[in-house]
Write a protein that binds this ligand. Structure first.
Ligand code: NAD
Length: 359
């Protein structure tokens, strides 16, 4: 059936490696859920091969005018280079983040009951964990001046009040949204290194000011070294973690391991007003590309995040989340997930079909 005129327009960017395989899973799921206009374009290595750059200007324009962008993965050994003049696949991703003004990266971490054995932590330690890492994405050390003079290199870290203010608000708003429906008091843990860094002292000050507008949300401040420790010793105590770009990069990967599998983790990147970018956390997995064994669940859960945060369809998002839970409870596993008694190994297509049937 062709989409209707008012159908939300989604730009789908399959990218490289397992990207096209998991894009097919997303396409099937969206077809089942109903009325969407899907436009597909190249990004990453595939775009370098065709256009000589990882993100063509026309594709960025298409993304800007869409309601949401769903990206699968970019990169692979074919395009690995240390020559600064050669295009690299990840420039496509960075170009999208910048071009769409995406300053907030959201990564939920919710260990799935059926996969509790896949976590490197003991089950009793991760029990009850349900947290969200909100990472600032367009400021800090990754975007500061950098350079080399002789035997010295430097990377500058800077933040403005406005940059901290808006990401703090994303954190508080997310905590409020997660608490809707009751059950828990919303809490924000702001992570910094205020005992050493001036940017962190500014961060702590501004987050404290923003908290004044959210008296219903509890605020705690943690130093990043302590936060890294607490994440593995008492993960269930966290609700929303809000932090700057570099700390967020590291802590979100650490939190990711609580679930035990990269193939399970979705993410959302949001900006002001324009479309959000939704993508699995994992890369293009070139070692298993083309074999039909990639885990599609991180991508299907990214579709759920897109429906929840980008297209205002929280009901459909919940349906996907619980369909994924049910399929895993029934014992289906892709090769990357721990197998064992009562489980059956399936490929990308069968896993996708099972989720669609369980909707
Ligand atoms: P990776 O995430 O691609 O793979 C790490 C390991 O996890 C591999 O063993 C892989 O087979 C496995 N894995 C990842 N996704 C899986 C899935 N859906 N199902 C089953 N197994 C899965 O990370 P890497 O190997 O460090 O990087 C490979 C390429 O991906 C590199 O070119 C890197 O630059 C790129 N990369 C892209 C992104 C992105 O597009 N957002 C993120 C990270 C890495």
């Amino acid at each position: 059936m062709s989409p209707t005129e008012n159908a939300p327009r989604i730009v789908l960017l399959p990218g490289d490696g397992v990207g096209p395989e998991i894009a097919a899973a997303a396409r099937s799921l969206l077809a089942e859920l109903g009325d969407f206009q899907l436009d597909e374009h190249l990004i990453g290595g595939a775009s370098i091969d065709e256009h000589g750059s990882a993100l063509h200007d026309d594709v960025l324009e298409e993304c800007r005018s869409a309601d949401a962008v769903l990206l699968c993965a970019v990169g692979g050994p074919k395009w690995d280079t240390t020559d600064p003049d050669e295009p690299r696949p990840e420039q496509g991703l960075l170009g999208l983040r910048k071009g769409l003004g995406l300053y907030a990266n959201l990564r939920p971490v919710r260990p799935i009951p059926a996969l509790v054995d896949a976590s490197p932590l003991r089950p009793e330690r991760i029990e009850g964990t349900d947290l969200l890492v909100v990472r600032e994405l367009t400021g800090g050390i990754y975007f500061g001046e950098s350079g080399r003079e002789g035997d010295r290199a430097h990377d500058d870290c800077a933040y403005t009040v406005a940059e901290v203010d808006r990401i703090a608000r994303t954190g508080f708003e997310s905590a409020r949204r997660r608490a809707e429906g009751g059950g828990r008091r919303p809490k924000v843990t702001s992570v910094d290194k205020a005992n050493v860094l001036e940017t962190s002292r500014l961060w702590r000050e501004v987050v404290g000011d923003v908290a004044g507008d959210y008296s219903d949300v509890e605020l705690e401040h943690l130093l990043v070294d302590n936060a890294a420790m607490q994440l593995v010793s008492r993960p269930a105590e966290f609700d929303v973690i809000v932090t700057e770009n570099l700390f967020g990069d590291i802590l979100s990967d650490e939190s990711a391991m609580l679930t035990g599998s990269l193939g399970m983790l979705p993410s959302a990147s949001l900006g002001e007003g324009g479309p959000g970018l939704f993508e699995p956390v994992h890369g293009s997995a070139p070692d298993i590309a083309g074999q039909g064994i990639a885990n599609p669940l991180a991508t299907l859960l990214s579709v759920a995040m897109m429906l929840r945060h980008g297209l205002d369809r929280p009901g459909d998002a919940d349906r996907i989340d619980s369909a994924v839970d049910r399929v895993l409870e029934h014992g289906l596993r892709t090769a990357d997930l721990a197998g064992g008694e009562g489980t059956r190994e399936v490929g990308t297509e069968e896993m996708t079909r099972a989720v669609i049937e369980a909707l």
